[in-house]
Design a protein around this ligand. Structure first.
Ligand code: ATP
Ligand code: MG
Length: 604
């Protein structure tokens, strides 16, 4: 919609991108190649995520390189080399062995972003338990629900988390046998074990047992944007996609310092905040603290972050914070930026180009896909507002489901004309595809048809193959015979200088069926006057036409969003219509801007 294409000039690349010939890569056998890039367990004993992330480097030339640089919220910091990470994760795997935890049993993590979280996650993967990291900001009920659904046998947590949220639930969680407290200081709360003590006693080396690539590895709960969170189960084979997409879509090279701002309680914070960068020998920055514009810019500067992966909410918050916290900073190390999680407003892409000298590269994926599936790439021009192109190896189609009525045979119509708009489908079988929705096998089966995985998201493909997010199938608005995607309307509204963020829903209308209503929040210095609202309505109408532009625009201080930073349109709608609000376990609560990473708000 009038946004200029941001051209890439190869002479300006500071590092040769991993993916320069997109067509050739896509036409080849990218998954096969990615599989060959893994070392595999010694003696052909299979494929284990933690071996690829840690051990292969700990015994090679990267042994003394910093794997994880942890920045504490109190100013402390800690560096773990690959060699040290190996030792610690070996010890943790031995601790699980010592407790008699079995293969495939679930180890839940309820911690802020502290080193023990990373050690426990990777150690449990070595042990071949299934790891499920939870947001540290969850209250007791969401914790109980997830531990119950996942029959958690082990929980790794902090004293404070345990005492405030978990101890009272113990009798409701009969499967939960071992609670390991990371900061027990020799005095673990009753009913828990002192992890530090167990680690000290455990042997410092561990041999990973044969691991089938199909062995379950990770259990991630979805963000709960559209309803109750689902538990998506992933297998060790996923590491092939983690690693390959980190090379292609995030353009990670071994020399990079990489910062993924997502919390491991969300799939991004595990796939890219733990596993993927380590498989490439990268140095991973982990910040324990909450979002803070000044802190974030100083981390980028001081840590010499070269590749940065964040979320649209965070970007909007930085835009709102203005230039001042960025002024005078040396951000010259930063060469590649990417974001995921919800639509990235075209205005944000353009802002990034001005603020950092490079656009933010939007990419699309889901908890279910385990890894990035559609992306903008370092060597390819960026069309602001587009999610980019399918990752090499990923086959996408836009489809229309038919025959969903009673007594009909469900089928799929593949829409292959340019500018087609339909549900985004992925050819099933990529390595990080989820293998189950825990406890909901029929729901899992319903996601697949004719060999395609149906994502529940609507997209449009332009004549050059770029994909544009339209909206979730649940959020698409049907107004007077038009199908209106909230993303396009929101992208126009945030193109106005006064609007930080916008959430668009359909509200019932006796004539049109539904009409478009927008909720917006404003940049500091703008007041929600009638004149401004009139101007916004006119601004939207002139760009979208009167059939698509919002009939009503309401200014709010902030939009409801999930802890992973997604605008919850279903909640805007429920509140608007006075309907039940549904599952709110992942709603970010707080009077302020919130934290775009769903982090602990002092609760860790
Ligand atoms: P739930 O499935 O519980 O409703 P959720 O779908 O938000 O929650 P996630 O798996 O965390 O849970 O998020 C994936 C979804 O986020 C995608 O299906 C899509 O709707 C949205 N999304 C992710 N990346 C993008 C993007 N780049 N542009 C637009 N939407 C995106
Ligand atoms: Mg979803």
């Amino acid at each position: 919609m009038g946004w200029p294409v941001l051209r890439k000039d190869p002479s300006s690349f500071r590092v040769t991108p991993n993916l320069t010939d997109y067509a050739a890569a896509h036409a080849g056998s990218p998954w096969h190649e990615a599989r060959s890039a893994m070392t595999g367990l010694p003696d052909g004993a299979g494929l284990n995520i933690a071996h690829e992330a840690v051990d292969r480097h700990a015994t090679g030339p990267y042994a003394d390189r910093t794997a994880l640089r942890w920045l504490g919220k109190d100013g402390r910091s800690e560096d773990l080399t690959y060699a040290l990470l190996r030792e610690l994760t070996d010890r943790f795997a031995n601790v699980l062995d010592g407790l008699g935890v079995g293969t495939g049993e679930r180890v839940f993590l309820l911690l802020g972003r502290v080193p023990s979280l990373y050690v426990a996650a990777l150690g449990a993967l070595k042990h071949r338990s299934v790891v499920s990291p939870l947001f540290a900001a969850f209250g007791p009920e969401p914790i109980r629900q997830r531990l119950d659904l996942g029959t958690g046998r082990v929980l790794v947590t902090s004293r404070r988390q345990y005492e405030r949220k978990v101890s009272a639930l113990r009798d409701q969680l009969p499967a939960l046998e071992h609670v390991l407290v990371v900061d027990a200081d020799g005095e673990p709360p009753a009913g828990t074990l002192d992890l530090e003590e167990l680690m000290a006693k455990a042997a410092a080396s561990y041999v990973i047992a044969p691991t089938d690539p199909e062995d379950p590895a990770l259990l991630h709960f979805t963000s709960g944007t559209t309803g109750q969170p689902k538990g998506a189960l992933h297998v060790h084979e996923a590491v092939v996609a983690h690693s390959a997409t980190a090379r292609y879509a995030l353009d990670l090279h071994p020399e990079d310092v990489f910062w993924c701002t997502a919390d491991p309680g969300w799939v991004t914070g595990t796939s890219y905040g733990i596993v993927a960068p380590l498989t490439l020998g990268v140095t991973l920055v982990v910040d324990e603290a909450e979002y803070d514009a000044v802190r974030w810019y100083s981390i980028l500067e001081e840590q010499r972050v070269s590749v940065w992966y964040t979320a649209p909410t965070a970007v909007r918050m930085l835009m709102k914070a203005g230039e001042q916290p960025r002024e005078g900073r040396d951000l010259s190390a930063l060469r590649f930026l990417a974001s995921v999680g919800e639509p990235l407003d075209p205005a944000a892409v353009v802002w990034s180009q001005e603020a950092f000298g490079t656009p933010i590269h939007d990419n699309w994926w889901q908890t279910e896909t385990g890894a990035i599936m559609v992306s903008n790439f370092a060597a390819i021009d960026v069309r602001p507002g587009s999610m980019g192109l399918p990752v090499p190896g990923v086959e996408v189609a836009l489809v229309h489901r038919t025959g969903e009525g009673e007594g009909e045979d469900p089928a799929l119509e593949i829409l292959d004309t340019p500018e087609a708009e339909g549900e985004l489908a992925l050819r099933a079988g990529w390595p990080s595809m989820f293998r189950d929705y825990l406890g909901q096998p029929e729901r899992y089966a319903r996601c697949f048809r004719d060999g395609w995985y149906l994502t529940g998201d609507m997209a449009r493909r332009d004549a050059d193959g770029y994909l544009w997010f339209v909206g979730r199938t649940d959020d698409v608005i049907k107004s007077a015979g038009h199908l209106i995607g909230p993303t396009e309307v929101e992208g126009v509204l945030t193109g106005h200088e006064a609007v930080v963020e916008a959430g668009v829903i359909g509200v019932p209308d006796p004539i049109a069926g539904e009409v478009v209503k927008a909720f917006v929040s404003l940049y500091p210095g703008f007041e929600p006057t009638e004149a401004l609202l009139r101007e916004l309505r006119g601004f939207a109408r002139s760009r979208l036409g009167s059939a698509v532009a919002p009939r009503e625009i309401v200014v709010v201080a902030a939009l409801p969003r999930t802890r992973s930073g997604k605008i919850m349109r279903r909640l805007l709608k429920a509140r608007e219509l006075g309907l039940p609000e549904g599952d709110l376990s992942t709603l970010e609560v707080g009077p302020d801007d919130g934290d775009p990473r769903g982090s602990a708000k002092g609760d860790s």
